[in-house]
Design a binder for this molecule. Structure first.
Ligand code: ZN
Length: 786
């Protein structure tokens, strides 16, 4: 089967939330034509006046055409639901826009099509809408005409592209615009908001310039839109020429925190990388989704580092990208980067830390191995070879092999195809350094497996490189005074120094190295490779840590431990956070200011006096510096228990960023009756669907909320399943909250998920239960709190 082109005419009734479609598909098939279609009412299928019988079953539409070559005409209609996938209604300020989000398998909710990334085709779209509305799609208008008092907008034909990249938005939009040579770079949003897109617009222009030169291929469309969508399941989506964003991932104003600015820059440059990596060259099937996502994540960091070198974003990569990937990859239930996926539910579930983060970390490791010029040359020839077409992982490795003259394909095949990652154990045996690898499991299980690990290390201060591709390697360097492995943490493996603490701390450790030691420690604690006492000794080493990355890591760990072991970690955590606050005093740079916000919020959770002092600033909330606002609101919620004042402020604000801060602060109440009020707010429709996942993940940090949150999630499960249908969000959410909320009721939780099967979240549930048992084991091993 081969599809050439879709000519789609849509008549959209904005008020009734319905559409009627007339579709012409230019297609060739050797047998009956088989298309995908979900929720569409097909009324007629014909070609050249000849009507065909057809059958709709599940998500497929089979046309009894026999062998066919020509234009197939389909007349159909559909409804526009209040969901987050396919074509849907996105509400704001008492009104709405109509928008689409098709990745991975949701284009079939707008038009019958071969909804498979390899079946690229041209799209020629025309819509009839009310005259006071605007429409946005992948390409600029070809014509806009009035017809019987309604507006008919015809868009230019798209290049050959995959179905999941098609976009249509209808509603009232405002725009700001700049030009880059002949390309229009536009931010569009609902009225009153688009002007906050200035920062994103600047980043977009700079990213486009960077990519054109890095990839050696121009951007092929005449315009690029960045569209702020009021309700959005993902952070953003890379539709070709019409990228969509959650408002908090696109807009920056004077009340935005440094974390928000960094996030916006990162997401904008990530989506723009997809315009080449994903849109111009696309994976053949979703098993190679990681090619899209890990590359865009890696390139996003490269660009932001070029635009804002003072931000040190390669450090952020470790904590935001590598860390969640390695944590998930430490489970028995992880999957290889190259995933085995068949059904739309399977596909939706793999938009996870492995696909984005492990892939991006491995690309960084490979770039360090090939050298950055050779890496870039390989990427350029890959894009040139497969433009407007599809490719697989192997095609990229072969290009990198050619450009670098190194065995990239051999190394990558192992890292991409195998689940898990290694831990390298280092010991000194009779004066020699012995390195031994095995697969790392958070459960503490052992399993022999071998990866080709490009090792970068320092022994006695001298850098040393080797490819460890067997179980064990011995290195002789005479008397060892200092030792450090996985320098700057470019390698995707853990290091277990056995009895070598003194040698390690005697080495000259970079910030990333110190991060790595702390990062591995919590995993070793959970895996029973390290005792709780030794872990606490290590944490104390970091109380005077002057750099963001390691200090942030330890703070994250202590907050995590508080959520599972509660009061048993409070003293250590209080000391650490107080000492960090003292270090930050007087520092005025962006990173210090962001860190002060994080540390203050963490301290407020465990120190009532501090929470009360911090919360006292809430009556002048609007004058509080943006990086501190969440902490102040949490301090107020925690110590004053005043739901009404916070919710009033929540209702008054229209900025997503501000709303989320206040929402998160309300998850920190100690009193169950106040948490119930928060849940009523959700059920009353006052919390955006997209923000409910944020709320649930935030509430896991509050030990006082565990019982009530678990009951509420259970009682609202069918609602949650409906809200997140087709998005994969429920899977990610359950993976995150099961291991925390399930502490103290492992059997009950397991029984619940056995009795209530949710095929769309099965992998998330499995991973969540696996983590729960490991966390519970740690909790049970500690002395009872006094
Ligand atoms: Zn992406």
């Amino acid at each position: 089967m081969r599809v050439e082109r879709y000519d789609l005419f849509l008549d959209v009734s904005f008020r009734d939330l319905r559409f009627a479609g007339k579709l012409l598909i230019t297609i060739e098939s050797r047998e009956d034509i088989s298309l995908n279609s979900v929720g569409l009412h097909i009324s007629n299928v014909s070609s050249n006046g000849r009507t065909f019988r057809f059958e709709q079953k599940g998500d497929s539409l089979t046309v009894n055409s026999g062998p066919f070559k020509g234009k197939l005409e389909i007349q159909y209609s559909g409804k526009i639901p209040d969901t987050l996938a396919g074509i849907y209604k996105a509400s704001y300020d008492g009104t709405y826009i109509i928008t689409t989000d098709f990745e991975a398998a949701n284009a079939r909710r707008l038009l019958p099509c071969v909804d498979h990334p390899e079946y690229k085709a041209e799209f020629k779209l025309t819509v009839r809408i009310d005259k006071d509305l605007d429409a946005i799609s992948n390409t600029p208008f070809e014509s806009v005409k009035m017809e019987d008092g309604r507006k008919v907008v015809s868009f230019q034909k798209t290049p050959r592209m995959s179905t999941y990249l098609l976009y249509l938005g209808i509603g009232k939009f405002e725009e700001i615009k700049e030009r880059l040579d002949s390309i229009d770079v536009i931010v569009a949003g609902t009225p009153g908001r688009a002007h906050n897109g200035e920062f994103a617009l600047k980043v977009a222009k700079k990213s486009l310039e960077f990519y054109r030169s890095y990839f050696g291929t121009p951007y092929v469309l005449p315009k690029v839109h960045l569209i702020g969508i009021p309700e959005f399941a993902a952070g953003a989506m890379e539709n070709w020429g019409a990228m969509t964003f959650r408002e908090a991932a696109l807009y920056v104003d004077k009340n935005s925190s440094f974390a928000t600015r960094k996030n916006v820059a990162q997401i904008v440059s990530h989506e723009l990388a997809h315009q080449w990596f994903g849109n111009l060259v696309t994976m053949k099937w979703w098993n190679d989704l990681w090619l899209n996502e890990s590359f865009a994540t890696f390139m996003g960091h490269k660009v932001v580092d070029a635009i804002f070198p003072e931000w040190n974003v390669w450090e952020d990569l470790l904590i935001d990208v590598t860390s969640p990937a390695m944590n998930m990859d430490s489970l028995r239930s992880t999957h290889p980067i190259e995933a085995n996926v068949k059904s739309p539910d399977d596909i939706q579930e793999i938009f996870d830390a492995i696909t984005y983060g492990k892939g991006a970390s491995i690309l960084r490791m490979i770039e360090a191995y090939t050298g950055s010029d050779e890496f870039r040359k390989g990427v350029q020839s890959y894009l040139e070879r497969y433009a407007f077409s599809n490719a697989e992982g192997a095609d990229l490795w072969n290009s990198l092999d050619e450009s670098s003259g190194r065995q990239v394909a051999r190394i990558m095949t192992e890292w991409i195809g195998k689940p898990g990652h290694p831990v390298v154990t280092a010991i000194i045996d009779r004066g020699k350094i012995v390195l031994r690898q095995e697969r790392f499991f958070l459960s503490g299980e052992h399993d022999q497996a071998i990866w080709p690990i490009p090792i970068v290390m320092k022994a006695n201060g001298q850098p040393k490189r080797l490819l460890l591709d067997k179980e064990e390697e011995t290195i002789e360097i005479g008397n060892v005074n200092s030792l450090q492995l996985n320098s700057d943490r470019t390698g995707f493996y853990r290091v277990h120094y056995k009895g070598l603490d003194e040698l390690v701390w005697a080495a000259k450790l970079s910030t990333s190295d110190r991060w790595g030691i702390a990062f591995d420690a919590i995993a070793f604690l959970l895996a029973k490779r390290m005792t709780f006492e030794d872990y606490l000794v290590l944490v104390k080493k970091y109380s005077n840590e002057p750099n963001y990355l390691p200090a942030r890591e330890v703070s994250d760990q202590l907050a995590f431990l508080y959520s599972i072991v509660g009061s048993r970690i409070i003293d250590v955590s209080r000391d650490f956070h107080k000492s960090q606050l003292a270090h930050l005093e007087g520092k005025v740079d962006d990173t210090a200011s962001m860190m002060r916000g994080i540390i203050s919020a963490r301290l407020a959770m465990i120190d009532d006096d501090y929470a009360a002092r911090l919360g006292a600033r809430f009556d002048k909330y609007e004058t509080v510096e943006p990086d501190m606002r969440e902490a102040v609101a949490e301090g107020y919620a925690r110590s004053y228990g005043d739901f009404e004042t916070i919710v009033k402020k929540y209702r008054q604000n229209i900025s997503d960023e501000e709303k989320v801060r206040l929402l998160v602060s309300m998850t920190t109440f100690k009193e169950p009756q106040l948490l119930s009020k928060l849940f009523e707010l959700v059920e009353g429709g006052e919390v955006k669907k997209q923000d409910q996942t944020v709320l649930i993940s935030a509430i896991t940090r509050n030990p006082y909320a565990k019982d009530i949150a678990w009951s509420w999630i259970k009682s609202g499960m069918s609602r949650l399943r409906q809200v997140y249908e087709g998005t994969g969000d429920l899977s990610r959410l359950l993976q995150l909250c099961i291991p925390i909320l399930g502490i103290g009721r492992v059997e009950e939780v397991e029984r619940y998920f056995n009795e209530n099967r949710m095929p769309e979240a099965q992998n998330g549930i499995k991973a969540g239960l696996e983590k729960l048992k490991i966390y519970q084991r740690l909790v049970d091993s500690l002395p009872i709190a006094t």
